[in-house]
Design a protein around this ligand. Sequence first.
Ligand code: FIX
Ligand code: ZN
Length: 421
Amino acid sequence: MSNPQKLSDRSSIQKEIERALAAEPVVDMHTHLYPPAFGTPDPNKSGNVDPRGLLLWGGDELLTYHYLTAETLRSARIPYEQFWAMSKTDQANLVWKTLFVDNTPTSEAAQGIISVLDVFGLDTRAPDLKEARAFFNSQRLGEHFDQVFDIAKVSGVVMTNDPFDDTEDQLWSRSITIDRRFSSSLRLDSLINRSLVNAAHVAISTVTQVRAFLDNWIQRRNPVYMALSLPPDFNFPGEDARDHLLREVILPTAKEHRLALTLMVGVRRKVNPQLRDAGDALGKANVTAIERLCLEYPDINFLVTFLSRENQHELCVAARKFSNLMPFGCWWFLNNPSIVSEITRERFELLGQSFIPQHSDARVLEQLIYKWKHARRQIADALLHSYQQLLDRGRAITPEEISRDVNRLFSGNFNEWVRQD
Ligand code: FIX
Ligand code: ZN
């Protein structure tokens, strides 16, 4: 057997990491994106199959992302109702003026806009959105869609699908061909929320009906996992309707269909309802609830992310105890370079490569470009740090090992976790 090439200095390790990352497509395991067959909500754009379509793309959608509306309303200080009464075009104009002209766009979400404009050769210091609008309006959705996936080097994305959403259901029925890069996931927040509002609906008789409904949805839509977001006070076992639904409906369904269960823990919804989608906040949650779930349901694969920075270390330790627990992503308020860097390094130190470093949570197509560009940078830096430490301690890494590690992080771990055979 030939001797593997060993990389014995920092700059050759760095070059190999850049090469491996540039070559490795990523499977984006949690997004809010939809395929073109689901239509776009803007009736003026080409490729529109339904005015109430779900695929968001282009400059105005990017600028009115809820991360940016929250930041705009801090500086512009106009009444909430006034902002929501504006057209999307006017909202986007205000976001641009407030965050990019009157102020310096240092936040991660604002820098994301800069990355996207820059990739398409658009003026990142423009006084207004004329040039950017003209560019996006001139794009044909089909080609633009493929170009975005190519630039972001994303080979697949998982949608967030609500089985109780009528609009989505109608679009499913009409969408004969779903882009092959899209997989579905069965999101159960609305099931839980309905039941918490009216606990009487969770009677044993309806459990059978709900299970039959979910079985049917799973057979028709073939999701890669089931998913649920949870508040900081989530506990397991618990003495509430949520516990009942988990035990009687969700966990048995996951087990029967051999589906992984994704849990996103620590979100406090509608802390400021006037901010609409931007009004949610976070809280430190209880990691022991996840440990108990993993212990009681060893046959179920759990994909788990926590929204609070304070929970990240405990999550790593829990994952060391349970091989059916896969930590994933730096979710939402954690998706800032300084925090992603800290969490990714911590995970390498406690878990080797047995975690999924990031998901995009993209809501607007072109966000794939910046979210993955920025994530790749942080993952590359954290890998370099780990390999440099290894070198200092007496073991050189090889290009093959770097490619193997990156493959595992970008798709291997996820594919293995959700494989149903
Ligand atoms: O619950 C979720 O899936 C969250 O990611 C979203 O609801 C949230 O609004 C978001 O976009 C975060 O990035
Ligand atoms: Zn999400």
